[in-house]
Design a protein around this ligand. Structure first.
Ligand SMILES: C[S@@+](CC[C@H](N)C(=O)[O-])C[C@H]1O[C@@H](n2cnc3c(N)ncnc32)[C@H](O)[C@@H]1O
Length: 269
């Protein structure tokens, strides 16, 4: 894995997965932007922006009088996004290759900081919230969409070979010092760092086979199952058992997927 990559890497498959993931969860995302009040002329940080699937919609939302600071630590996403910014001649986006805990932005410079599926991968989320507070203008807002209560995730009717995969995902992220239950801790960390909570929104979905969210988890599995085997967390037999049971679930009209619950947070400086 190249330097500064996050746990899921930056392969073509992962980029495609992130693009599809953005489509699937864009309604929940834009609802949060709307509730927080992101609008024309604002300065917005897209923190942990990845390949920029939110960066460009945000750029259109704030218009030519607004500004987007897109930030990510990954070398590959940095190159990709800088190229996209050039070819889209998006004049209101600047990319900064920073770690989320140390941003090269000035104090009191942003109206909004938006972070989607970033905090679950951070070793020290509190340090990042402190840094966000530093760069937000007074009354500026932090908007987070992230995972919460991952233990609830499963395919029903329950099946051991399938349940095991969600346990394995949690284990892998924990080994990399991330946390798919980060939503439980964020409100306390936000208060401890001197921001006020404006709203907490639950985002819960159930998906039946062959729907958008079902396809989303399938893409996640396609990227992650081979990686579980490569890392020695799963053996070939576990992979084969999982694939057999998943194929059965797909054709079971009573099957449903309880998607990873997420939390939407809006906090104010
Ligand atoms: C799941 S992706 C989400 C990308 C984007 N926010 C989205 O919603 O499509 C997580 C992103 O966080 C970035 N990331 C992880 N740890 C980081 C850190 N310590 N500092 C900056 N970016 C980080 C990764 O490089 C990756 O682009």
């Amino acid at each position: 894995m190249p330097n500064k990559e996050y746990i899921l890497g930056s392969s073509e498959r992962e980029i495609e997965r992130l693009a599809y993931q953005n489509e699937v969860w864009s309604d929940a995302t834009t609802d949060l932007w709307k509730s927080a009040g992101i609008s024309y002329g604002k300065k917005v940080v897209d923190l942990g922006c990845g390949p920029g699937f939110c960066t460009f919609p945000l750029s259109r939302l704030v218009g030519s009088e607004g500004q987007i600071f897109a930030i990510d630590s990954s070398d590959k996403f940095a190159n990709l996004l800088q190229e996209k910014i050039r070819t889209n001649t998006a004049n209101n986006i600047s990319f900064h290759q920073n770690d989320a805990s140390k941003l090269d932005l000035e104090n009191d410079s942003a109206d909004f900081v938006f972070a989607r599926w970033l905090f679950c991968f951070l070793e020290n989320p509190s340090k990042t919230i402190a840094e966000v507070k530093r760069i937000l203008k007074p009354n500026g807002k932090l908007i987070i969409l992230d995972y919460f209560n991952y233990l609830a995730v499963n395919v029903f009717p329950r099946n051991d070979a399938i349940s095991e995969i969600f346990k394995a995902y949690q284990k892998t992220v924990t080994t990399h010092k991330g946390n798919y239950n980060i939503g439980e801790e964020l409100p306390s960390l936000i208060i401890e760092n001197g921001l006020e909570i404006e709203s907490l929104t639950p985002i819960c979905r159930i998906a039946r086979p062959n729907t958008r969210i079902w396809k989303w988890v399938e893409l996640f599995n396609q990227v992650s199952v081979p990686s579980l085997v490569e890392q020695g967390i799963w053996n070939e037999q576990q992979k084969a058992d999982f694939e057999t049971e998943w194929a059965k679930a797909k054709n079971n009209p009573s099957a449903f997927f309880f998607a990873p619950p997420m939390i939407g947070i809006i906090a104010r400086k």
